[in-house]
Design a protein. Structure first.
Lengths: 305, 327
């Protein structure tokens, strides 16, 4: 039972990271109608920046903050130079262009930081485990990820639902032309939204960095998971992204944790160990396929698209 | 000319000698002469490189059939490459080396998979279609990772090429090359016949306006599904060729970036033009090869080049010759 709770927490933690990535993606998708395959590159950049700045300043927190700023700047510069001409074009042109950006960033990172990965080590006070309920110790850092991501989610909710910028974002998601016609500086709004998305992606990357290694292509796998999240949640819906990210995170983690035992009752140990991760990864895509077949607009469709 | 029209059963263009027709013709002639060059210079690498180009061209031609003509943007096309390759690899491992079994199996399994994927995903539109095809391809990717007996995550080396009872010997690099060349020509011919038939008109009609098509009493779903299945089978054949070409299969053949590569080749060449995928594949793979010889970081140049093509070149390479953009 304790093991189950621990794995649930792991699932929630993965879900929170996916939410950070998917929130930006769903905003960019919902508002600018842009298929951004380079979103995972910003995730990767965030992690590399954090590893570099943390080594430079000798402080994890300072390094993380600098990395956030750097990723935000990168995102906005990228938007102005490369992304802006793609708005309003067919989705396939987005795929071609942002796929090119993905190749470019992978190579750029290899040029700047070298082909070997990096590590981002945690401050020593983060390396402890805390007792959540009697008998269950959970790594403090993973708990911090969950709490910080929840705080970001709450902040995002407040920004989107309670501020003028958020009002414009929501308006942009439901009717872009009308927002532009009402005299809003739509170019600036797009740049800001892209920068916000980039920052969230970079944040997810740097939070994940101490748990996994920082390496080239680290954003590619998780990008597809983030796409799955926003399709399940409904394109343009942050609330949908939150719920779907939790579902996907829990399915993936619990599948990996418990399927081997379940399968073991039917198969040999080796077969169960190789099949289980494959099945749990597949189950996410099956869920998405089922959602698309039965609720094509996602679980929480954004209003009137 | 009249006789030719009758023989092919479709209208032939009035003149063949336009710049638009000359480039693909030149490319095909060069592809046909590569083995001569390889024999003259004793450089077998040209055969490997251009053989790969031919094989991936077949895959791109099949993707163009659904994406360019049919408006069905499949982001999971590498799955069929993988299924075709794994059909060859798995049958070899189980002791069946005959190409007469392996290749039809590769085509049949790919077509069957396309039938399932198509039946489910053709209910969705636009970007949802892109994503659901991607999802199915990822499922196959993870299945391949789970196939412990056939190499799992690391992939598997295939110890022998498909045997065709002495008719063609695939262990001879030149024969394998010309087989790929012939199949490339055949697949171009197949797509040409398809898109100029009544069936092809319905497919293209479904791309431009499905509602009007319904209004004149045609339900496009079955036609699109058949088209999707044909493309899947053709790409499965390309996968069988690829497995023979590299003697190796691995889940990486169908990772989502491979599907992205195929999409890039088709869009780069020009969506919905017969020779576009061929030109796109040749350009993309030769550019990659040339750049990796002069620089350690080819992606630094290919990436921005693709972006520039997306921004400025409407209609890809074929669009340069004034082909109207089909969308």
């Amino acid at each position: 039972m304790l093991y189950f709770i621990e794995q649930c927490l792991n699932g929630v933690q993965l879900g929170m990271l996916l939410f950070l990535l998917a929130a930006g993606l769903t905003l960019i998708f919902g508002i600018m109608d842009l298929v951004n395959l380079a979103h995972g590159s910003l995730y990767m950049l965030g992690a590399y920046f954090a590893a570099t700045f943390a080594a430079f300043t000798d402080s994890f927190v300072l390094g993380a903050l600098l990395a956030l700023v750097a990723t935000a700047i990168c995102g906005m510069v990228l938007e102005v130079i490369a992304i802006r001409p793609l708005y309003g074009r067919p989705h396939l042109d987005h795929v071609l262009g942002t796929f090119g950006l993905l190749l470019f960033f992978n190579e750029l990172v290899r040029l700047v930081w070298g082909p070997a990965g990096m590590t981002l080590s945690l401050p020593s006070e983060m390396l402890t485990a805390v007792q959540i309920i009697p008998g269950l110790y959970y790594p403090l850092y993973r708990l911090v990820i969950i709490l910080v991501a929840l705080a970001v989610a709450a902040l995002l909710y407040v920004v989107v639902m309670r501020t003028r910028l958020g009002m414009l974002i929501r308006a942009g998601a439901s009717n872009r032309e009308m927002v532009g016609a009402l005299g809003v500086n739509i170019k600036l709004l797009y740049t800001l939204v892209f920068g916000l998305g980039a920052t969230l992606a970079g944040f997810a990357g740097l939070m994940q960095a101490p748990i996994l290694t920082v390496q080239i292509g680290m954003g590619e796998n998780i990008l597809i998971l983030a796409f799955v999240v926003i399709i399940i949640g409904g394109i343009g819906s942050i609330r949908g992204a939150f719920v779907a990210a939790l579902i996907v995170g829990l399915i993936d983690t619990l599948g990996r944790a418990f399927l081997p035992d379940v399968l073991h009752s039917m198969l040999s140990v080796d077969a169960a160990l190789t099949l289980a991760p494959a099945i749990s990864s597949m189950s996410i895509y099956m869920l998405m396929a089922a959602v698309l077949v039965f609720r094509p607009e996602g679980l929480f469709p954004a209003a009137s698209r | 000319m009249k006789a030719a029209r009758k023989a092919f059963g479709v209208p032939l263009p009035a003149s063949w000698f336009t710049p638009r027709a000359a480039l693909p013709a030149l490319v095909l002639v060069i592809l046909g002469l590569v083995p001569v060059y390889a024999a003259a210079t004793g450089d077998p690498f040209a055969l490997t490189l251009f053989g790969r180009i031919e094989i991936l061209s077949i895959a791109a031609v099949s993707l163009n059939l659904i994406m360019g003509y049919g408006g069905m943007a499949s982001f999971g096309h590498a799955a069929y490459l993988g299924i075709g390759g794994y059909a060859v690899g798995i049958l070899w491992k189980e002791g069946i080396a005959s190409g007469f079994v392996q290749w039809p199996a590769a085509i049949a399994v790919s077509a069957l998979f396309a039938l399932v994927v198509g039946a489910l995903s053709l209910r969705t539109r636009g970007v949802y279609f892109i994503m659901i095809t991607l999802a199915f391809a990822q499922m196959v990717y993870y299945v391949a990772q789970g196939l412990d007996r056939y190499g799992g995550d690391d992939g598997m080396t295939i110890g022998g090429r498909s045997s065709f009872a002495g008719i063609v010997n695939l262990n001879n690099a030149t024969q394998l090359y010309y087989l790929c060349f012939a199949l490339l020509l055949a697949s171009l011919f197949l797509v040409w016949r398809l898109v100029n038939s009544r069936f092809g008109l319905i497919i293209q009609g479904a791309r431009s306006n499905e509602r009007r098509l319904r209004a004149i009493g045609i339900s496009p779903f079955r036609y699109k599904l058949v088209c999707f299945v044909i493309a899947g089978g053709l790409c499965g054949l390309s996968g069988a060729l690829l497995a023979n070409h590299t003697n190796f299969i691995s889940p990486a053949m169908m990772y989502w970036t491979r599907s992205g590569d195929l999409m890039v080749m088709v869009i780069l060449g020009g969506l919905g033009s017969l020779f576009g995928p061929l030109l796109g594949t040749v350009t993309y793979l030769l550019l990659e090869e040339a750049l990796s010889r002069v620089t350690e970081y080819p992606g630094l140049f290919i990436g921005p080049a693709l972006l520039l093509v997306a921004i400025f070149m409407h209609g890809g390479i074929e669009g340069l010759f004034g082909a109207r953009r089909r969308d």
